[in-house]
Design a protein around this ligand. Structure first.
Ligand SMILES: [Zn+2]
Ligand SMILES: [Zn+2]
Length: 283
């Protein structure tokens, strides 16, 4: 299991690798553009070369790119749809250039509209973006289920994969906080096993692509997307240990999105300890 955190890409992707290395990461996640602006950034050949050089000399073995939150693949507004598509294609192309394990995407929101047609609209945008880019996997992230957000259940994720044409580049990023807030009790190994059995039955084990490990400030089923540091939320230390030691997660990169840069070295250390604790409890 490659373990790490969401890090700042300020100064270019090579800098992000350096920050991750300093914090003790073997996996990192970055935004590939300003999260508050639509303008997609395109990395120069120099930036890409510097990134690969830094990566090769570092303990970091997996990069995830998080698409920014402005995107809404399910939007009915033609302007938002067009901007979303442009930005998603740019993220996937950046992912291919950097050899990313995947681009992580919040699939979209139906807003106040119906979920079924929203899934079809999102699927069409995703299909187009995949056709306009090469190689890089796209991981749809499960959501906490607030408002009309798509992807709160494995049924919805399966619907999104179908609507997007079932491309083998499509995968899933499971976020522990979002699972818990959506009503999946993943705090015990039995609980997580049951949730994953349903996931595998509905979506397929091959779609498991990456993980976000965030503790949850919101209660089970609260639909509140508010992250907490490891062990400081409702999932708790034991629940985090269960997540980190789940056999079906063993080969996936796991990213903590919550800790600020100064908290990351300590959280990475705790993460490694909790993984050992979880593995010992299962032995
Ligand atoms: Zn997440
Ligand atoms: Zn979240």
């Amino acid at each position: 299991m490659l373990i790490g955190a969401h890090v700042s890409p300020a100064g270019g992707p090579a800098k992000a690798v350096e920050r991750g290395t300093e914090a003790g990461c073997t996996a990192i996640q970055i935004f590939n553009q300003n999260p508050r602006a639509w303008k997609p950034s395109v990395y120069s050949d120099e930036q890409i070369a510097a990134y690969h050089e830094t990566l090769d000399a570092s303990p970091v073995d997996a990069l995830l790119i998080h698409a920014v939150y402005l995107l809404n693949c399910a939007s009915e507004d033609p302007e938002i749809r067009a901007k979303t598509l442009t930005s998603l294609i740019a993220s996937l192309r950046a992912g291919a250039a950097l050899g990313a394990a995947g681009v992580v995407l919040h699939p979209g929101s139906a807003k106040t509209g119906e979920v079924g047609p929203a899934i079809e609209r999102a699927g069409a945008v995703i299909r187009e973006a995949l056709a306009e880019s090469e190689d890089c996997p796209l991981h749809l992230e499960n959501t906490a289920g607030a408002g009309g957000t798509l992807g709160r259940s494995f049924e919805e994720l399966a619907g999104l994969f179908d609507a997007a044409g079932g491309d083998p580049r499509l995968g899933m990023c499971l976020d522990s906080c979002h699972l818990y807030a959506s009503g999946f009790d993943i705090r015990t190994s039995d609980g997580l096993t049951k949730v994953l059995d349903d996931c595998v039955a509905l979506v397929g084990v091959e779609r498991l692509g990456s993980l976000h490990l965030n503790d949850s400030q919101g209660k089970l089923g609260s639909n509140v997307d508010r992250h907490a540091l490891l062990g400081e939320g409702e999932i708790g230390e034991d629940g985090c240990a269960v997540f980190l030691s789940e056999p079906r997660f063993r080969d996936l990169p796991v990213i903590m999105e919550t800790p600020k840069s100064e908290e990351q070295p300590d959280q990475i250390k705790r993460c490694l300890e909790l993984r050992e604790r979880g593995l010992a409890a299962r032995a």
